[in-house]
Design a protein. Structure first.
Length: 365
């Protein structure tokens, strides 16, 4: 009898143990299933390091000062004194021109002036005769004619001097500054003032320039007169030349930067590359990926993973955390306040959006 009672108790205890074990297993299995359905998140932590601003831009070198020169009077080219690539100096003759028509007009005007001088001499004799005759009427007439002739002579003299100056100006084409001849379009025997310039020269002293558009945060590190390294393709090889920031122009979100480069090997048309790198010390903030930062109006925030302790283990929850941001580059942003350096920040999630307080499943990186 006692053995039967003892057997029943053992069975009851066994059944109770099995029941409790089953409940625990079912609970764990249920939690595991629930965990599998949670939003997956991938996290990162902030970095206490320098935030580096980088920019790379390309441009084509163009002369700072150039001249496209032609004979505006359309005269015929008589002689070409320079060739492409020649180094010339200010005032040096580049092309000689001729115009038979212009020369003849000048000679005709000179002859007319001489004839006018002869006419004045005749009027002077007439004036003397009228004065000797005592005829006031003839005297006044002779005086008017003489004055008119003198005025005509003065006009002819001015015209002659102007024509002489034009002859001197149009007869030769001179270099307006020290430079290098880039193009010669004039041909002996051909008329000037065509579609192409007779001679094109660029300044050999003021260098070459190119422009690039940089983000505003990059332009904050630049100032006029600042020296920068410029990579220039010269004769098939890349050379590092010194560039000078000559102009900074604000254009909405972009800033136009003009860089001037001077070197004897340059001729214009070379490809120039600018690689900028500026590091700012992060003392009071941490660097986090910009993709982890969200905004609502002017308020910036991140989602931080918090661990909650429970009887069946710890659970992970997303917490919306407002932050204060500082400088940023193309990939990272400085967070000045709001999070600690070791805080697990949600970088990405399996769902389009994560809710504040939502339980999440943290995935291994």
């Amino acid at each position: 009898m006692e053995q039967a009672v003892t057997g029943r108790k053992r069975k009851i205890r066994l059944i109770a143990v099995l029941f409790v074990s089953g409940v625990v297993l079912l609970t764990l299995f249920s939690n595991t299933l629930q965990t599998m359905t949670l939003t997956k998140v991938w996290t990162t932590v902030g970095r206490q390091e320098e935030l580096v601003q980088r920019y790379a831009g390309n441009g084509v070198l163009e002369p700072v000062k150039e001249g496209s020169l032609s004979n505006q009077a359309g005269w015929t080219v008589k002689d070409v004194k320079v060739k492409e690539g020649a180094v010339v100096h200010k005032g040096q003759t580049l092309v000689v021109y001729e115009s038979v028509e212009a020369e003849n007009r000048y000679l005709d005007a000179k002859t007319q002036l001489e004839q006018q001088q002869l006419a004045i001499q005749g009027l002077q004799d007439r004036y003397i005769e009228a004065a000797s005759s005592g005829d006031d009427s003839q005297l006044r007439s002779a005086k008017r004619d003489l004055e008119s002739a003198r005025l005509t002579k003065e006009m002819q003299q001015r015209n002659l001097e102007s024509m002489k100056a034009d002859l001197a100006k149009n007869r030769v084409l001179k270099a307006p500054f020290d430079g290098i001849v880039m193009q010669v379009g004039s041909v002996a025997g051909m008329v000037s003032a065509g579609a192409e310039p007779d001679v094109q020269i660029v300044s050999s002293t003021e260098g070459y320039r190119f422009s690039v558009q940089v983000p505003a945060q990059i332009s904050e590190h630049l100032q006029s007169g600042q020296q920068l390294d410029v990579q220039v393709e010269v004769a098939g090889s890349s050379e590092t030349l010194v560039g000078i920031v000559s102009k900074i122009e604000n254009k909405e979100a972009q800033v136009n930067i003009v860089i001037t480069v001077s070197d004897e090997s340059l001729r214009g048309g070379e490809q120039a590359r600018l690689d900028l790198r500026f590091a700012s010390s992060v003392i009071d903030g941490i660097v986090v990926p910009s993709s982890a930062i969200h905004k609502e109006g002017h308020i910036a925030y991140v989602y931080v993973v918090e661990e909650h302790k429970g009887p069946l283990g710890n659970t992970s929850h997303a917490r919306k955390t407002p932050i204060e941001t500082g400088e940023s580059n193309e990939s990272d942003t400085v967070v000045l306040n709001g999070i600690f350096p070791d805080a697990p920040i949600i970088l990405a999630s399996s769902e389009p959006a994560v809710m504040d307080g939502e339980r999440v499943r943290v995935m291994a990186p």
